[in-house]
Ligand binder design. Structure first.
Ligand code: GUN
Ligand code: FE
Length: 447
């Protein structure tokens, strides 16, 4: 049995009352948070487990990102300053298509290392078309919590080499779900038809029907990201993107739609009535020039919103801190400075992410019974707020922290980042491996 106490400066719970505790400890037994102990009448010296004291650090729930492409991590910086359809056509589709098992492994490891040392403990990953089992192996090996699945594409007018038949795509997804859904208690399957422009109606529909065989699985796709994309969806289907999804029955509380930038009123109503989840990706939406989603309105309407960095080549960073800061900032010029306050945004990156993935009974807050996905931040620095009120903690995290604030990370009770450094990966080896693999991959794209 692995039994330990973490005694931080303060505990920011993200529970339903937004409790913040001081002079308290979090007790962990194996994978689970068993209690939050007030230290006033508790003799720590008599505790029969390990005691870890971090008097300068703030304990928060592990961060959750609901839209990630691990397979793209090694393409960072290779597709800058392009709008979505050119970005896919000229760079991302050819590169993803050129992945072999080794390059995919290297790309996934780079991304997992970056996510973990910056405090992300759960992801929804879109995967890629070929060799998805490699991504699963790396997810499991990394110790992260994830919902992931192969990216499905049976149409590709932008780069025709990168697709597969409807039957092969469906059959491969089904086999992967059989093998990896719940393979480990941190891994679930997320069916991932890429977006309307790369999927036949049969693929979109039958994928959703498959989910019945895999309780707890999710449906993960892109929607309404870019104006040219939306126009092409309209031309093909005669409908707006979300209206089309509604007409083929794939909106539900098990569906996560990345972006949702360009929606009309009816589409917003459909998201709300179907309880569909929106993954807000502010860095990606700015960098690809896609636009600004009406997140304050979605939140007002009670639509589930969570955050994602998307892929490294449209960001160019996987840190949740960038997404929190931008989610708090970019809506203010449009809706006024009081929208997207720091506490709201912190919740999007923690408990709201858990709710989006239907994992809120397990993760997303620091409460007894939840899994021990825990991050310690050093907010005790000269570039942080001088006062120690609850509101200042959220302000520090959202407006003035970055990945360097992350000091310790546990996932499922396992200590994976210590003093800001991964206990799992050697950064220099990851870089050397990725350099070799990327050069090989680029040679393959020239042929
Ligand atoms: N739409 C379809 N594929 C992608 C992708 O890889 N990234 C983003 N941002 N949008 C997409
Ligand atoms: Fe994406």
């Amino acid at each position: 049995m692995n039994k330990f106490l973490i005694i931080p400066k303060e505990i920011v719970t993200s529970d339903s009352a937004d409790n913040v505790y001081r002079k308290s400890a979090v007790e962990i037994v194996d994978q689970t948070i068993t209690s939050i102990i007030a230290l006033k009448d508790f003799d720590v010296r008599k505790y029969d487990g390990t005691v870890l004291e971090f008097p300068d650090f703030t304990l928060v729930p592990g961060f959750i990102q609901t839209h990630i492409h691990l397979c793209q991590t090694m393409f960072r910086g290779l597709a800058d300053d392009l709008q979505l359809l050119d970005w896919l056509k000229k760079r991302i589709f050819p590169y993803e298509n050129a992945h072999n098992k080794n390059s995919l492994k290297s790309s996934a490891r780079l991304g997992l290392h970056e996510l973990q040392i910056s405090g992300t403990t759960t992801i929804l990953d879109m995967g890629t078309v070929n060799h998805q089992e490699i991504i699963f192996d790396e997810l499991i090996n990394s110790g992260i919590r994830a919902i992931a699945g192969k990216c499905m594409m049976d149409i590709n007018d932008l780069y025709s080499a990168f697709k597969e038949s409807t039957e092969v795509s469906l059959a491969t997804a089904y086999e992967l779900a059989k093998e990896f859904h719940l393979k480990d208690d941190k891994i679930k399957y997320g069916f991932a038809p890429r977006f309307v422009l790369s999927c036949s109606e049969k693929l979109l529909r039958e994928t959703s029907e498959m989910m019945r065989d895999f309780p707890g699985s999710m449906y993960h796709t892109h929607s309404s990201e870019n104006q040219d994309e939306v126009a092409e969806v309209r031309r093909r289907t005669g409908k707006e993107n979300i209206e089309y999804f509604e007409s083929i029955n794939i909106l539900s509380d098990k569906t996560v739609l990345a972006h949702c930038v360009h929606l009309n009123n009816r589409e917003i109503s459909s998201l709300k009535s179907s309880n569909t989840r929106v993954a807000h990706c502010p860095s990606s939406n700015l960098k690809l020039g896609s636009g600004i989603a009406n997140i304050p309105r979605y939140l007002r309407e009670g639509i589930s919103v969570s955050l994602g960095a998307d892929g490294a080549p449209c960001n160019n960073n996987l840190s949740v801190f960038n997404e929190m800061r931008l989610a708090a900032l970019i809506h203010k010029p449009i809706h006024g400075a009081s929208v997207m306050d720091a506490k709201t945004v912190f919740r999007l990156a923690t408990i709201e992410g858990a709710k989006a993935l239907n994992l809120d009974k397990e993760i997303g807050s620091i409460e007894p019974g939840k899994k021990a996905d825990i991050v310690l931040l050093n907010l005790n620095k000269a570039d942080k707020c001088i006062l120690d009120t609850d509101e200042n903690i959220y302000s520090d995290i959202v407006y003035s922290s970055d990945k360097n604030s992350v000091r310790e990370v546990w996932i499922n009770g396992k200590h994976l980042v210590e003093n800001g450094v991964s206990k799992k990966y050697d950064e220099n080896s990851l870089i050397a491996e990725a350099k070799y693999e990327l050069n090989q991959l680029l040679k393959r794209t020239e042929n």
